[in-house]
Design a protein around this ligand. Structure first.
Ligand code: HEC
Length: 129
């Protein structure tokens, strides 16, 4: 009885410790996930061209190239954008930190976010028939 009791106490203590650890990790990560790093638009424009994003996403990130969708402006927040570029899910080639640094990623993001949103289809008369 005594042994079982202390084993149970120990495992409760352990899982409480694990929970505390997990929640402190979650708290530590939360602010970092929301922040959009400052990017240099001018440099972003340069890399967007030299790193070939334009070949698939178009010169002004409007999409409609051989394959890439519109990414100017991106509908993704910075973290999702960066995650996608590092680990694309389908046709797009991955860009690792070796070929595109985190700062360059921030620069490209700052650049594509300077474009106006695509017009709402409801505001295009030809599409209303
Ligand atoms: C060889 C063509 C190609 C190149 C080069 C390319 N992409 Fe893509 N990208 C795609 C395609 C195709 C998709 C659609 C999803 C897929 O197939 O992976 C995509 C999807 C994306 C998405 C997700 C879009 C969304 O809203 O879901 C982002 C962000 C993106 N690309 C950014 C970039 C950036 C930044 C670069 C340059 C560093 C780049 N891409 C270079 C083809 C390309």
């Amino acid at each position: 009885m005594n042994v079982n009791y202390s084993a149970a106490t120990r495992s409760t203590a352990l899982s409480t410790a694990a929970l505390l650890l997990l929640s402190s990790v979650a708290i530590a990560q939360a602010p970092a996930q929301k922040a959009t790093p400052a990017g240099n638009v001018k440099n972003g424009k340069k890399i967007y061209t030299t790193y070939g994003c334009y070949q698939c996403h178009g010169r002004v990130a409007h999409g409609g190239g051989p394959a890439g969708p519109r990414i100017g402006p991106s509908i993704l927040n910075y973290q999702a954008f960066a995650a996608y570029v590092r680990h694309p899910k389908a046709q797009m080639p991955p860009y690792t930190v070796k070929s595109l640094s985190d700062q360059e990623m921030a620069d490209i993001y700052a650049y594509v976010q300077t474009f106006p949103k695509a017009p709402d289809p409801k505001t295009i008369p030809l599409l209303q028939d």
